[in-house]
Design a protein around this ligand. Sequence first.
Ligand code: CU
Length: 115
Amino acid sequence: MAFSVTRLEVAPGEVIRLKLVNLGSAPKEAMGHNWVLLRGGADEAAFLKAALGAKATDYVPSSRAGDVIAHTKLIGGGGSDAVVFTVPAAPGDYVYLCSFPAHCQLGMRGVLVVR
Ligand SMILES: [Cu+2]
């Protein structure tokens, strides 16, 4: 239960393409994964709490949309999804996580370092 890459270093304002590949085999309903990059200063605990009730939107809660810089779709085993986004201009550490229930707490979390 982890991302194979838990630290990414990027330049401020850089446009990057991130591809998430689910190496598991379970369907997304049972063991889906996504990649969600949170804005600096976002309340991670509040985001995860809201995500628990956001199954209809693949655990990316619309009520906390302002916390999210970019995210992939929720994908099942064997699936993949890519997202293109602009890295924040402000240097710092930005948390990324899987918002499927409990996955972040179990270790699906990393840091995008902007510098
Ligand atoms: Cu996950």
